[in-house]
Write a protein that binds this ligand. Structure first.
Ligand code: 6MZ
Length: 362
């Protein structure tokens, strides 16, 4: 197994509906095609298309949501997505998704999330820990020993925590509803709030009341920030002091300075940025500058299905593009422990898992 696959990894920026296998999307499209709800041949080439502009990506999400928004399918895709990450040795996954309401099928934001939780419970390929609890030291050591086993003979364990996304198309009230749901679901592994969706849509001030409320209630917050040029947003977002930001592409000099002095960790999604042409070529990606400045960074997939990537692939890509060796990539992955939204017990477990993997690194 290649080192970028076998080494433990931490995924902190993965959208559920962006991480679906193509094979599952095609199967769902075929079924809806047979029912006459869509024309399969029209949809097939949209799903299989490889390079898309950012605008086209959001059109694709509207299509994906037509295919996936029913309780059974939400459960299925959650199970598959978690199993896919676990199979490439992701030991901690923060999965984000936008709770959806669809009266015609009796779906509320809460029932959508219950279907997600069902998906976590349905995972059989690995042991999943998603309910926060205190682990005692012996449990912790036992699980490290289990996770240690990359030989496939013992069961692996993956921690999963959930972030609820506010879509930039939503109103203030809808965003507050999502935050309230997140608070109710804290006992089921929900740890924070993400602001995402088409960056050309919506205003920062619409979401601010909900995000402030979330912050006051102690939820962790990550914002998609600077995914398109928007002078009115980047600075207020940085002033808000979220626990992390995603992308950070279109920043001015002063905003880079503010980011670096604030030490807000950045979720870097290389393939996503290149495929959407937000960045014209990998060698000018801001990863290099932030890495050299020792700014807190974590490599992530964004939408592994939509961009045909995987977290292992992102590590391989960064290693090749920026000339970083196996040990440097391992350290980069391990540093991610600091920026997770789960508690100290989970961090302690992850430190143990990385320490134990480090012994095998040669
Ligand atoms: C901003 C994105 C995104 O929530 O339905 N999403 N938002 N920028 C991106 N970069 C390409 N990729 C995904 O997953 C899909 C939703 O996540 C957000 C969009 O709101 C998209 O509809 P869920 O599980």
């Amino acid at each position: 197994m290649e080192w970028w696959v076998s080494m433990p990894k931490i995924e902190l920026h993965a959208h559920l509906n962006g991480s679906i296998r193509d094979s599952t999307l095609l199967e769902l499209a075929r079924v809806l095609g047979e029912k006459g709800a869509i024309v399969f041949s029209d949809v097939e080439h949209v799903i299989m298309k490889n390079d898309r502009s950012l605008g086209e990506v959001f059109k694709l999400f509207d299509l994906i949501h037509i295919l996936t928004t029913d309780h059974k399918t939400v459960t299925r895709i959650t199970k598959e997505v978690v199993e896919d990450f676990a199979s490439e040795n992701v030991v901690y996954l923060e999965l984000r998704t936008t709770p959806k309401k669809n009266d015609s099928i009796g779906m509320s934001k809460q029932s959508y999330m219950e279907a997600v939780i069902e998906g976590l419970r349905a995972v059989t390929a690995v042991d999943i820990d998603f309910v926060p609890h205190k682990i005692n030291t012996q449990d912790s050591l036992n699980s490290i020993a289990m996770n240690d086993a990359c030989d496939g003979t013992r069961r692996k364990k993956t921690y999963v925590r959930l972030l609820l996304s506010i879509d930039r198309r939503e109103t203030t009230e809808a965003a507050i509803e999502t935050v309230k749901l997140a608070l109710e679901m804290r006992g089921l592994g929900v740890v924070g709030i993400d602001l995402s969706g088409n960056p050309d849509v919506g205003e920062w001030n619409t979401f601010l009341p909900a995000l402030k409320f979330a912050q006051e209630q102690g939820l962790y917050i990550t914002l998609h920030c600077g995914e398109v040029p928007n002078r009115r947003e980047v600075q207020p977002m940085l002033d808000f002091l979220p626990q992390r930001i995603g992308h950070a592409i279109f920043f001015e000099e002063e905003e880079w300075r503010q980011l670096k002095s604030s030490k807000i960790p950045v979720e870097i999604c290389l393939t996503s940025n290149i495929k959407t042409e937000s960045i014209s070529s990998i060698d000018i990606h801001h990863f290099a500058d932030l890495y050299n400045a020792k700014h807190p960074l974590v490599l992530c997939t964004d939408d592994a299905g939509v961009f045909s990537t995987s977290l292992s692939n992102e590590y391989k890509l960064a290693s090749t593009a920026f000339g970083l060796g196996k040990r440097e990539m391992f350290e980069l992955a391990r540093n991610g422990i600091e920026f997770i939204f789960a508690g100290d017990d989970v961090k302690q477990y992850l430190v143990g898992a990385f320490d134990s993997a480090a012994k095998k690194l040669n």
